[in-house]
Write a protein that binds this ligand. Structure first.
Ligand code: PLP
Length: 426
């Protein structure tokens, strides 16, 4: 008997996992990133690495606790750097964008007038105080800049004059989204910031939908506040952030009263000195894993070729929009115009079909997940449905819409599957 010796296979270098790979379930096509994006490997790995060390944050002397405290504060630094925070900005961890905007609303100096547009998500419409100004959705980004300029000019004219005739009204905050959660269209944030600055107003940017798709930089945009949600940025639920100017935040009552937010508590009921800095608004034990996972994604994105990611997403988006436009019964919703810059989000309706039924059929028959409804932006979504009906001269549009959204890990196969399913459904 002859024995052939087969040499053992040469050792292969271990496959290097991309920290921006996203987790998912085989067979399921997730086209609902704008609601919650899938978890990136960077976030999952960061959580797995920290779990054995799980211990208190800012509350313990043990080695585990000290490591957790360090990890939490490093996460703050990383997220702040990723968002271009200035040296004297605060980076406050919150639960999500809604929480961050509510925190900011509670920190406004008395009498602040907030100016928004009607195109906002409810999170950036509802927290603001009475007397806030809501401008109509303009026909294009340049119209937004003009409308804001006019509105802020009018507010200044109404403000009482101080010594030497200088206008001395209460503060004004402009609160605007960077990218619409309904249409994906981008708002001209840098130009709006310039207008706000010229009128002595501050500006807060809701970057919940832009940050997952493009870099956002507080200092470069010259904005005062910026908010986002970890669960839309490939990190787990429960961690968001408010970045911005320290003065209003340090002067405001703490968002939550409790442990961690104080520098001194005396025996008398109201003998308390509140901390300054992020701690003032982070009472209670913080969401360590959420913050660390969010920071891990920020690091991975900062290390990635974002221009290449952007180009790949835009190519997919074009394929999706062109495919939808080719379907005879499908109408896209849009604010500004077909060629306006946008991120990977498209809302549409299937004429003659109820959107909830279409979404359910896509899920059950085709394993495709999309969102249906008015997307927590009721004023905008209703208006865009009316406009789409008028544009197409169609009366049989449903009262709600469908939304497909893409990002890291989305493929042409996913897009084509949706288009094929819609063609079959319609
Ligand atoms: C533009 C925009 N702002 C705010 C929010 C609120 O985000 P969260 O639900 O994470 O608080 C969303 C969520 O869809 C959004 O799209």
């Amino acid at each position: 008997m002859t024995v052939t010796l087969v040499p053992p296979p040469a050792p292969q270098p271990p496959a290097v996992a991309d920290p921006l790979d996203v987790l998912g379930v085989a067979g399921q096509v997730n086209l609902d990133y704008a609601a919650t994006a899938p978890c990136a490997r960077a976030a999952a790995d960061a959580v797995a690495e920290l779990l054995p060390w799980y211990a208190s944050v800012h509350r313990g002397a043990g080695a585990l606790s000290r490591r957790c405290t360090l990890a939490y504060e490093r996460a703050r630094q990383t997220v702040g750097d990723f968002l271009g925070a200035r040296a004297d900005d605060h980076v406050v961890f919150t639960r999500n964008t809604t929480d961050a905007l509510n925190l900011l609303a509670r920190a406004l100096p008395a009498g602040t007038t907030v100016v928004t547009f009607g195109g906002e998500h409810h999170a950036n419409l509802l927290p603001w105080p009475r007397g806030s100004v809501r401008l109509p959705v303009p026909p294009d980004p340049a119209g937004a800049v003009r409308a804001l300029d006019a509105a802020l000019g009018e507010l200044r004219r109404q403000a009482p004059s101080g010594p030497r005739g200088a206008q001395q009204g209460p503060p004004v905050l402009v609160a605007v989204t960077a990218a619409s959660n309904v249409t994906g269209e981008r708002w001209p944030v840098a130009e709006l910031a310039r207008v706000a600055r010229r009128h002595g107003a501050r500006i807060a940017v809701d970057a919940a939908q832009l940050a997952p798709h493009a870099p956002v930089d507080v200092a470069a945009l010259d904005v005062d506040y910026l908010t986002l949600s970890g669960h839309k940025l490939y990190a787990p639920f429960g961690a968001g952030v408010l970045v911005g100017r320290a003065d209003w935040l340090d002067a405001a009552p703490p968002y939550l009263a409790g442990g961690g937010a104080t520098s001194h508590v005396g025996a008398a009921t109201h003998d308390v000195r509140w901390a300054t800095g992020p701690a003032r608004h982070e009472a209670g034990t913080p969401n360590l894993l959420g913050a660390v996972a969010l920071a891990a994604v920020c690091t991975a994105l900062a290390d990635a070729d974002r221009a290449a990611l952007h180009d790949a997403e835009q190519a997919l988006l074009t394929r999706l929009r062109e495919g939808l436009a080719a379907l005879p019964h499908v109408l896209e919703l849009r604010m500004f115009g077909p060629a306006a810059p946008r991120v990977g989000i498209v809302s549409f309706v299937v004429a003659g079909r109820d959107s909830t039924e279409v979404a359910a059929e896509l899920a059950t028959t085709y394993d495709i997940g999309v969102r249906d409804g008015l997307f927590c932006a009721h004023p905008l979504a209703r208006r865009l449905l009316d406009e789409a009906a008028a544009r197409a001269g169609q009366r049989d549009l449903p009262p709600t819409a469908l939304r497909a959204s893409i990002g890291l890990g989305s493929t042409t196969g996913h897009v084509d599957r949706l288009l094929a399913a819609l063609a079959a459904l319609a």
